[in-house]
Design a protein around this ligand. Structure first.
Ligand code: FES
Length: 67
């Protein structure tokens, strides 16, 4: 993992729950492939905004990581 990947992993995704991108990447590497699975595994989407802010970012991470 290079420096840019480490910095990228520190990006906040779910602001309400303070969950960073690397947490989602780890769950994807372990086999989670859907928004619902990632939300259940991380707690993202259960904060005060109801997932309004993090859902688009989670979908983008899923797109970036491919099928
Ligand atoms: S940013 Fe994820 S629930 Fe609000």
């Amino acid at each position: 993992m290079d420096e840019q990947q480490i910095i990228d992993g520190l990006k906040p995704v779910c602001l309400c729950k303070n969950i960073k991108k690397r947490v989602f990447l780890r769950h994807i590497a372990e086999g989670k492939r859907t928004l619902e699975e990632l939300r259940a595994a991380t707690g993202a989407g259960s904060g005060p905004c109801g997932g309004k802010r993090c859902t688009p970012k989670i979908l983008t991470i899923l797109e970036e990581t491919g099928p």
